[in-house]
Write a protein that binds this ligand. Structure first.
Ligand SMILES: *Cc1c(COP(=O)(O)O)cnc(C)c1O
Length: 218
């Protein structure tokens, strides 16, 4: 199968309400365009500069999601390219996005990255800190929280990730009841090449798939 066929196969398998994000780090603009021709509507990039180069070539008709670790000094560049930042993981980053978005009278949609398994080396807000974290967004009028994102812990068997994804879904549902003006919980980004199927079954609305579309990374 080539890129187009793999995209079509995944799109056919996704139920309504779930959107494929093609994770394109390390892939060329030509590869991305193949995926877009086959129906990809959202491109996910991990690095701002890499995304800038490709954005200049691929910008038509697709949304761009930032899915990497965003440094505060890259926020201005990032806001020029991306339609959604999936990985807000600190109050300092949230404040900086709010500040820069405010300069252009823009409201920037974001997801909160959750470190669902509490892995020490991983970024993301810890589940038990999430409510307190969200309380700070009341003072950030130029940010709109649209939901949650997680990488999830590494697992040997894709089925082993299911309880973590379920926990994400339950947390999202609980937070839904406490939504405020600039906080909604309609998006849940979880699942990658090996795990997008259990993720969809557990309620993902965005799945981020790289290798299963483009083949192994070198
Ligand atoms: C690379 C990446 C993916 C996709 O990973 P694959 O295993 O190649 O599908 C998903 N999410 C994030 C945040 C990534 O960096």
């Amino acid at each position: 199968m080539d890129i187009r066929e793999r995209v079509r196969a995944i799109l056919r398998a996704l139920p309504e309400g779930v959107t494929l994000v093609a994770a394109t780090k390390g892939r060329s603009a030509a590869e991305i365009l193949e995926a877009v021709e086959a129906g990809v509507k959202i491109v996910g990039e991990n690095y701002v500069q890499e995304a800038e180069r490709k954005h200049a070539v691929v910008s038509r008709e697709v949304s761009w999601h930032f899915i990497g670790h965003l440094q505060r000094n890259k926020v201005r560049q990032a806001l020029r390219i991306f339609d959604l930042i999936e990985t807000v993981d600190s109050a300092a980053l949230a404040r900086e996005i709010d500040r820069v978005a405010g300069e252009t009278a823009r409201v920037m949609p974001v997801l909160i990255e959750v470190n669902i398994a509490g892995e020490p080396q991983k970024s993301g807000v810890l589940p038990e800190q999430l409510e307190g974290f969200l309380d700070q967004f009341a003072n950030l009028p130029n940010l709109a929280v649209r939901g949650l994102m997680t990488m999830g812990p590494p697992v040997a068997d894709p089925e082993d990730i299911r309880p973590w994804f379920r926990k994400m879904r339950e947390m999202r549902d609980r937070l839904r009841d406490r939504c405020r003006e600039n906080i909604s919980m309609d998006l849940l980004s979880m699942g990658m090449s090996d795990t997008w199927k259990p993720a969809v079954e557990e309620g993902a609305t965005l799945v981020r798939v790289g290798t299963a579309i483009f083949g192994p990374r070198n």
